[in-house]
Ligand binder design. Structure first.
Ligand code: ZN
Ligand code: ZN
Length: 364
């Protein structure tokens, strides 16, 4: 690429507007590039091959603060044959860097713990900055995923008809389908583990229909991670876990791949054991989140744009909860999914025969 690169600087600002710190922002563009490439594949703009080609990141100048301040980033990835896909990456992508910088300021006593702060980013042109380095494959992946996406054939409309929407759906997210029995199995294992975390690997297929480039994911099973190190709030998969998962996939013989992982958050069984707010239903503790450690594990072990993380929460006050997280713009965020096999098909009414097929379809 001929455009020169940019260096980014992060500024931390107090609530009263005082500049507290200025540091070089070492931004990892790999996760948003992976997401942008996958979006391009799902739109049919580039072939279904991951982690090849180059990328370019350009600053988008802030409309109020103006150049050199940035309001977002414009990321373009290139296919092997010159195809290109672009995406706007929000400034919040550097939010983690800002939070880490603010934590250091708290340690130094410059910022008070719990006090509000703001951040902004400015860009300076720098021809030495690597602008279009090849987007390398993730540094560590637990599974050898071939560069060509392993796509099965399936009908998205059929899957949607079978599924129940769960959680908040966001336009642009890959549709995900999880059978009810997988959620139940994981929930039972979570409850059996008591207050400790437990987890497993989600396996299944990526599918594409004949008439649309859209890709959707169908989880088929969960494989309990037996070989883990667990504690109240931390789960670590070991080499034996991955070997067991590969063995199970091969034994099942259904050409499944690892689509993600699940783990439980049951620490409130300890923290809320004697909760005084349970009686009147005012306890607001919410264990449905991904911790910094969870995101780090996801980034290391499940870096593919389609990788999912299911959190099963179990608390004496809030009961059992399911929340799915996945990649969006290079960030791990909460997302909706569809529960399948949850209901028996409704009995067909005799009177349905007098309804024309189209309106009958519309009602379903
Ligand atoms: Zn409570
Ligand atoms: Zn967790």
């Amino acid at each position: 690429m001929s455009q020169s690169g940019h260096r980014y600087t992060l500024e931390i600002i107090s609530d009263s507007g005082e500049l507290l710190d200025q540091l070089a922002a070492d931004i990892n563009w790999e996760p948003p590039a992976e997401c942008t490439r996958f979006t391009g594949i799902r739109r049919g703009q580039i072939p279904a091959v991951m982690a090849t080609g180059e990328r370019v990141v350009q600053p988008v100048w802030h409309p109020k603060l103006e150049r050199p301040y940035v309001c977002e980033f414009y990321l373009t990835v290139f296919g092997d044959n010159g195809e290109q896909v672009s995406a706007e990456i929000p400034l919040s992508y550097v939010g983690d860097l800002a939070r880490r910088a603010s934590a250091r300021l708290v340690e130094k006593g410059v910022l008070q713990a719990g006090s509000r702060f703001h951040y902004r980013v400015f860009a300076v042109e720098d021809s030495a900055a690597t602008q279009s380095e090849p987007s390398a494959a993730p540094s560590f992946s637990v599974e050898e995923v071939p560069r060509a996406l392993p796509l099965h054939t399936g009908c998205l409309l059929d899957a949607l008809e079978d599924g129940l929407r769960f959680g908040t759906m966001t336009a642009g997210d890959m549709p995900v389908f999880i059978p009810h029995h997988v959620l139940t199995e994981a929930s039972v294992l979570a409850r059996q583990a008591g207050a400790n975390e437990t987890g497993g690997i989600l396996i299944g297929h990526l599918l594409r229909g004949p008439g649309s480039p859209e890709i959707f994911a169908k989880i088929t099973a969960q494989i309990p991670a037996k070989h883990t190190r667990t504690s109240l709030t931390k789960l670590t998969f070991t080499a034996d876990t991955w070997a067991a998962v590969r063995g199970a996939i091969s034994q099942r013989g259904q050409d499944e791949i690892q689509l993600g992982w699940w783990h439980s958050h049951s620490f409130l069984k300890e923290l809320c054991r004697d909760c005084e707010r349970r009686g009147d239903g005012t306890c607001t503790t919410n264990p449905s989140f991904v911790s910094v450690e969870d995101v780090a594990l996801h980034r290391t072990c499940f870096p593919r744009a389609f990788s999912l993380a299911l959190v099963i929460s179990d608390s004496p006050c809030g009961g059992l909860g399911w929340e799915l997280f996945g990649w969006r713009c290079g960030m791990v965020v909460s997302r909706g999914f569809h529960i399948t096999e949850a209901l028996q098909p409704a009995p067909r009414l005799v009177t349905a025969s007098i309804v024309n097929r189209e309106s009958q379809h519309g009602k379903n």
